[in-house]
Ligand binder design. Structure first.
Ligand code: MD3
Ligand code: FE
Length: 226
């Protein structure tokens, strides 16, 4: 955690090199809260649970309705999983690769998502789906909205693990100006209310080595899908 002791060169130094708290709460936009380091207390259990999930439902690069292979590899756990293929985007109860139900949500996932949602003002959030995204160097997610969930008044909780990524957060139209946030290992964000339908994306992952995860970033998004 070297950067905790860095001092800014100037008052307007980039946010990334200014001394910052490993644990803090930032408001990115109306109803969008970033809880730095919130997942660290769950790290050991979450990483073990992830290994068990990907043994049963391995990462795969899905195809978009437009025929492109996504650079981000995905899998899911929970009662429903998000999938895309040539016929569209949707939630499904079965893993299309195995024909089996997705692995159950581990207790530590439910606990982490619930604790973060509660801290952000959503005490009743109970996720039924967790999409797990794997970014390798160069992988990116272009600006999009999440609107395949049945009840868009339910928030989304996202957990970042591994290499840092630049997250883009825009407005309700694709062309609205975007803000940028570096999301690091252990950061948790909660999106609800007015931010729920905002366009967002992730720029191409820069190469690097994370001490626990190696050359990758994982993002877990907890949703109420059904
Ligand atoms: C803002 N994942 O899986 S997480 C996605 O880092 C997705 O893998 C990104 O966008 C990732 O759909 C971003 C942050 C996030 C997730 C869902 C949101 C931000 C959101 C839904 C609405 C608004
Ligand atoms: Fe999204």
């Amino acid at each position: 955690m070297k950067d905790l002791f860095d001092t800014p060169d100037s008052l307007d130094a980039p946010r990334d090199v200014v001394a910052r708290d490993a644990f803090s709460r930032e408001v990115m936009a109306e109803n969008a809260v970033l809880l730095r380091g919130k997942a660290l207390a769950f790290e050991t259990d979450v990483l073990a649970a992830l290994n068990a999930i990907i043994a049963r439902a391995p990462f795969r690069r899905m195809i978009t309705p437009g025929g492109f292979i996504m650079s981000v590899a995905m899998t899911n756990c929970g009662a429903a999983g998000w999938i895309t293929d040539r016929t569209g985007y949707r939630y499904g109860r079965l893993d299309p690769d195995s024909g089996l139900p997705w692995p159950a949500l581990p207790d530590c996932f439910v606990d982490l998502a619930g604790a973060a949602a509660r801290e952000a003002g959503y005490p009743d959030f109970v996720p039924d789906a967790c999409l797990i995204n794997r970014y390798e160097p160069g992988a990116r997610l272009s600006l999009h909205q999440d609107k395949n969930e049945r009840d868009l008044s339910e928030p989304i909780v996202s957990v970042s693990l591994g290499l840092p990524a630049t997250f883009q957060f825009g407005g309700l139209t694709r062309t609205a100006p975007v803000g940028r946030y570096v999301l690091r290992h252990g950061d948790v964000a909660v999106w609800g209310g007015r931010s729920r339908l905002c366009y967002h994306g992730v720029t191409a992952l820069k190469d690097g080595e994370h001490e626990k995860l190696g050359r990758m970033r994982l993002n877990l998004t907890f949703r109420r899908a059904l």
